[in-house]
Design a protein around this ligand. Structure first.
Ligand code: PMP
Length: 417
């Protein structure tokens, strides 16, 4: 009998029968509250009727209109709609299929636009699993170990992870910026540096908001040195943090923006946005792919943006995020191992430490597993594997957040005593 390879490590034993909104109905007959959303993808909940309808209708017109052969209406519509949300000056967009592919495309774009070779990424970042994206990923050894040689021209600078060192945020930001300046001075000079690549909130690396002052410090250095600032909004974008883009918590704006995941409620599509001037420095035909900007995914993307606007889901993410954060902080008072509760909007992380102040991966895994018995689906993350991440749909209700909090509390009681 052929079986699925164990290289795909499944976090839960659940096999989905069907799913709707924030609920997954398993073939085991149980109804699970889904606080994983397919790793931050099903932004409008599972199978939102408007997204389903848009995809159904598109399947009947054209499924695959290869975009470097013939253009199709959904991609033109998506580009127009996306343009309503893109930062000023980012008026040129192209599409790929996955986040990793979009990250690779950005490496090519930044190198062509600047004529420089190196990319500086930040410790704990996750940018994908292809070899180039893995070279930029330092969110855990499983994404890198054994895959060498990775892509050349990558330097990893410190991320201001204040909690790990028992510092305040200001100290951590000052340290990380100084280290970055030193790197630019001694390892990868500005003349050799094409881009900084960073997530506005560290995703797989620990659900850790990137301090606003750090994003702004990067913007200032990018301007000073002619380095492109790339924001990887694959996980933090499209309303997830309670603002449309995760970087909008700061005054810093990117030169290149990557989005994927939540943009199409589960259909695979990613987009790269930059100024027309930047895009003009890349030669025509230097980007693309057979399936990029798929017509059904693009139609689902337009419907997703419509639902997010019409149902005020960015506002809901902010309000439900506050409710979730307050409830988790309440739990923190009962469990000393829960060292930190942090996040923005519906991107909340719970970081566990042992009594000695060391990362406690067993606690995070214990809570995630115990939650399954409470019919609640969660994921872990973090370079040490000691963070539980909570990623509800953007249209989650206050009742569902309350139910989720109750179940997280019950799971923590089982796992932590
Ligand atoms: N960037 C970020 C910030 C991500 O969170 C992810 C996926 N977790 C990726 C890139 C890679 O996306 P994909 O899995 O679609 O290749």
């Amino acid at each position: 009998m052929t079986t699925l390879s164990p290289v795909l490590k499944q976090a839960t034993p659940v096999v989905v029968d069907h799913a709707l909104g924030s609920w997954i109905h398993g073939t085991d007959g149980r109804d699970y509250l889904d606080f994983t959303t397919g790793i931050g993808v099903t932004s409008t909940g599972h199978c939102h009727p408007r997204v389903v309808e848009a995809a159904r209708e598109q399947v009947g017109s054209i499924i695959h209109a290869q975009y470097t052969t013939v253009m199709h209406k959904p991609l033109l519509q998506l580009t127009e709609r996306l343009g309503e949300y893109l930062p000023a000056g980012l008026d040129s967009v192209f599409y790929a299929t996955t986040g990793a592919e979009a990250v690779e495309a950005c490496v090519r774009l930044a190198r062509m636009a600047t004529g420089r070779p190196n990319i500086i990424a930040f410790h704990g970042g996750f940018h994908g699993r292809t070899v180039a994206a893995a070279s930029l990923t330092t969110a855990g050894t499983k994404f890198r170990s054994g895959f060498a040689p990775l892509m050349a021209g990558v330097h990893i600078a410190p991320f201001p992870y204040a909690l790990r060192y028992g510092w305040d945020e200001e100290t951590a930001v000052a340290f990380a910026l100084k280290e970055l300046d030193y790197l630019l001075q001694s390892i990868s000079t500005p003349a050799d540096t094409a881009a900084f690549l960073i997530e506005p909130v560290l995703g797989d690396g620990g659900y850790l908001p990137t301090p606003v002052a750090f994003l702004e410090g990067l913007r200032e250095r990018a301007d000073r040195h002619g380095i492109a600032l790339i924001f990887d909004e694959v996980q933090a974008g499209v309303g997830r943090t309670g603002k449309f883009w995760g970087h909008q918590w700061s005054a810093a704006s990117p030169d290149i923006l990557i989005t994927a995941k939540g943009i199409a409620s589960g259909f695979p599509i990613s987009a790269i946005a930059a100024s027309a001037e930047t895009m003009g420095k890349a030669w025509p035909g230097s980007q693309g792919g057979t399936y990029g900007g798929n017509a059904v995914a693009a139609a689902a993307g337009v419907a997703t943006l419509d639902v997010i606007r019409d149902e005020k889901l960015v506002e809901n993410a902010a309000a439900r995020g506050d409710q979730l954060n307050a409830g988790l902080r309440d739990l923190q008072t009962q469990f000393p191992g829960l060292a930190d509760v942090r996040g923005r909007g519906l991107m909340q992380g719970l970081e566990f430490f042992t009594a000695d102040g060391e990362p406690d991966a067993a606690a995070a895994a214990g809570v995630q597993q115990a939650a399954i018995d409470q019919d609640l689906l969660l994921l872990t993350c973090g370079g040490y594997g000691n963070v539980v991440r909570v990623i509800p749909a953007l249209n989650v209700s206050d009742t569902e957040i309350a139910q989720g909090l109750e179940r997280i509390g019950a799971a923590m009681k089982v796992a932590l005593g």
